[in-house]
Ligand binder design. Structure first.
Ligand SMILES: Nc1nc2c(ncn2[C@@H]2O[C@H](COP(=O)(O)OP(=O)(O)OP(=O)(O)O)[C@@H](O)[C@H]2O)c(=O)[nH]1
Ligand SMILES: [Mg+2]
Length: 671
């Protein structure tokens, strides 16, 4: 684990320093009253995302391939023993997440299997929290800790009727029939899901490990295929060298891994290669045998052989505990670990870095624009007042009149912004309506109605497909409106640019493409999971309903996120323009006032010029400080491979113009 551990530690430290840099920038902006409400909210969201950043690794396989042993060997060998129970036959009975949430004491939370008979998906229960049983874990007493972890293997015997109610018994499955005891009972998992919360150094750094049970349990818990596994950053699919790729391995691969998500984060592990270590064979013969199996696995799974890792989890664990370097190398575990690092860390760093920098750059650019406007206004006033030096009263009168006229002209322009706000509000309603809870609810109710009518017939699948078609249409409608909104805001900015000489950065583009692909992913995973119901029988109906409930819950999550982000984007469009308006209005007001004071001889020209010079120095000092702070955050954020940098960073360095330099044409005034 040394390499994994150090790489994760480094990643965590990098994330902390990035958060620190952003927090520092925020503090400076606040102290200097340069952070408006909306920008502050966006920065806080960015910081929250950094703090909550997680790296999820899912282990998926048919039972007894060695998932839990592999987790023990890769992550927990330092404990000198098996942390997760691993033994022949079915061991891990419920999906198990290992993570650390510091707001909770070390504990195991387990959701009773009985909840399967009730409405609600696993994540509904996760949110509600009430149904979970909590078992404290004493991390200073290893024996007690191991006993607590055994909970994931707990089983209960229930009647076939009860198992059917939970969707855990299929009379069409001959294996399950033989599992029924003479008293008519069957053994099932006691828990539906377990979350182990404990302060392991890697878990503290945001690593989440998902251990899963074999196919039957996976098939019965749609959330695994629809949500937990596809959203993992790496999926390790485990096979065993002694069994090869069996029919049920292939089923798990297709239904849970291959057909449900992008292949870029899939790794196949060919475990138990120690079974091939035959004292009568040469090392070369053994290696050739391993290579042959790797090729076979690659071919069968349609996976590049570079992504197939032959290992012995068990020998790897023993080697680490016994500190036997030779055995560790023979287990080939370190190769898998370094591949995991390569797969996970740079990609994650790239995403997190560029997401954070995008927020920071945007806000930096908005503040820079506001400060530049202030600088420009001060320079303009300075120029005017200097031109007045030595001039007579009538020149001052003329200037006073012009200041008044410009102020009125500005206000007339600004009034257009009010009209924009009204139009934007209308478009915003149109854009968010297709994403709203009500629209989705109506679509969902319509689909359920159709599904009930065609239940247990082949048309059922077309109503499932129809549901996704409707949702895609809704996202497309919303997207069209978003493009309209963007065009309108650009139009407003161009107007201000031509009439007032402003140069605001164009609004950040926003589309719902991410949600469209999330929806496609759920549809793909749903289709793969659907394959589990080869024949739809009456007994399976409750299972199918539960499956659709989970699909509905996932789509609700996607739409809620789409609606939330759409609203946030729309809310962020006008504040930069409004901030610029406020800034310019203040400048114009100050200008009119100071000309007035000079006109009525309440203030000397020299004093006012002195004040303006100080204000100019202040604005330029702030621009300089902002540049330095942004450069610092950029440097931290980009402290990852070159490709991690956003395509092009907007140049925030604007030339600082000194007051005594030649004025640009637009500042030339005639007196
Ligand atoms: N020889 C050998 N046996 C292994 C290896 N890895 C795991 N095993 C054994 O395989 C059996 C199953 O291992 P588990 O870790 O429980 O497998 P699992 O995939 O978690 O299985 P479930 O929890 O039942 O889904 C145990 O008896 C392990 O000791 C290995 O590398 N070599
Ligand atoms: Mg297991």
């Amino acid at each position: 684990m040394a390499q994994l551990a150090s790489s994760f530690q480094e990643y965590g430290a990098w994330r902390d320093s990035l958060a620190h840099g952003v927090t520092h920038l925020r503090g400076w902006l606040q102290d200097n009253e340069l952070l408006d409400h909306d920008a502050a909210r966006r920065l806080s969201l960015g910081l929250d995302r950094l703090a909550e950043d997680k790296l999820v690794i899912a282990f998926v396989a048919e039972f007894s391939r060695g998932k839990s042993e592999l987790i023990n060997a890769i992550f927990f060998a330092d404990y000198g023993r098996r942390i997760l129970p691993s033994s022949a036959g079915r061991t891990t009975m419920c999906p198990t997440e290992l993570m650390y949430d510091e707001s909770l004491p070390p504990c195991i939370r387990a959701l009773p299997i009985e909840t399967r008979a009730r409405q609600g998906t696993m994540s509904d229960f996760k949110k509600a929290g009430a149904e979970w049983r909590v078992f404290p874990v004493d991390i200073d007493a290893p024996e007690g800790m191991l006993r607590a972890f055994k909970l994931v293997s707990d089983t209960v015997r229930v009647s076939v009727q009860e198992a059917t109610l939970y969707g855990l018994y299929d009379p069409a499955d001959p294996d399950q029939q033989t599992a029924v005891a003479t008293d008519g009972t069957i053994e099932i998992s006691r828990w539906r899901h377990a979350v182990i919360n404990f302060p392991h150094p890697l878990l503290k750094r945001g690593l989440v490990i998902l251990d899963t049970p074999g196919l039957n349990a996976i098939g019965a818990e749609p959330e695994l295929t629809l949500s937990l596994v596809p959203s993992a950053h790496a999926v390790l699919f485990v096979l065993a060298a002694d069994t090869g790729v069996t029919k049920s391995d292939l089923e798990v691969w297709r239904q849970v891994v291959h057909d449900t998500g992008a292949a870029t984060n899939h790794i196949a592990v060919l475990n138990k290669i120690d079974g091939l270590w035959d004292g009568l064979k040469t090392a070369h013969e053994i290696d050739s045998e391993v290579e042959r199996q790797v090729k076979l696995v690659g071919r069968t799974l349609e996976l590049d052989t570079g992504r197939v890792f032959p290992v012995s989890a068990q020998k790897g664990l023993v080697a680490k505990v016994m500190q036997d370097e030779r055995l560790l190398a023979a287990s080939r575990l370190p190769k898998l670990e370094s591949a995991l690092v390569d797969l996970l860390v740079p990609a994650k760093q790239r995403i997190v870095g560029s997401q954070t920098l995008a927020v920071v750059e945007r806000i930096g650019e908005e503040v820079r624009q506001a400060l530049s406007a202030r600088e420009r206004g001060v320079i303009e006033q300075l120029y005017e007042l200097r031109a007045l030096q030595g001039k007579n009263q009538s020149s001052i009168e003329r200037m006073s009149q012009r200041a008044g006229a410009e102020s009125r002209e500005f206000e007339a322009n600004v009034r257009k912004l009010v009209a924009t706000r009204v139009v934007l509000a209308r478009l915003a309603d149109q854009a968010t309506a297709p994403l709203s809870h009500e629209t989705l609810k109506a679509t969902l109710e319509g689909t359920r109605e159709r599904m009930r009518k065609v239940r247990l017939t082949p048309q059922f699948y077309s109503s499932f497909k129809g549901y996704f078609t409707e949702l895609h249409d809704q996202l497309r409608d919303a997207n069209t409106k978003l493009a309209e909104i963007e065009k309108m805001v650009i139009g407003v900015q161009q107007k201000f640019a031509s009439e007032l000489g402003w140069s605001l950065p164009p609004p950040m583009s926003f589309t719902l493409d991410k949600y469209r692909s999330d929806l496609e992913q759920v549809e793909r995973a749903g289709r793969a999971h659907f394959g589990a119901f080869v024949v739809m029988t009456h007994d399976k109906w409750s299972l199918i309903e539960r499956f659709f409930d989970t699909v509905a819950a996932r789509t609700r999550e996607i739409f809620a996120a789409a609606e939330r982000d759409t609203e946030a984007w729309i809310r962020s469009l006008l504040p930069p323009i409004e901030a610029q308006v406020r800034e310019q209005r203040a400048q114009l007001k100050k200008r009119a006032e100071s000309v007035e004071r000079i006109r009525t001889a309440q203030e000397s020209l020299d004093v006012r010029i002195g004040e303006l010079e100080a204000a100019l120095e202040d604005a330029q000092g702030k621009l300089e400080a902002l540049r330095a702070l942004l450069a610092r955050v950029r440097l931290i954020g980009a402290a990852c491979p070159a490709a991690a940098l956003p395509e092009s960073l907007p140049e925030t360095a604007a030339p600082v113009r000194r007051a005594d330099q030649t004025e640009p044409a637009y500042l030339r005034v005639e007196i």
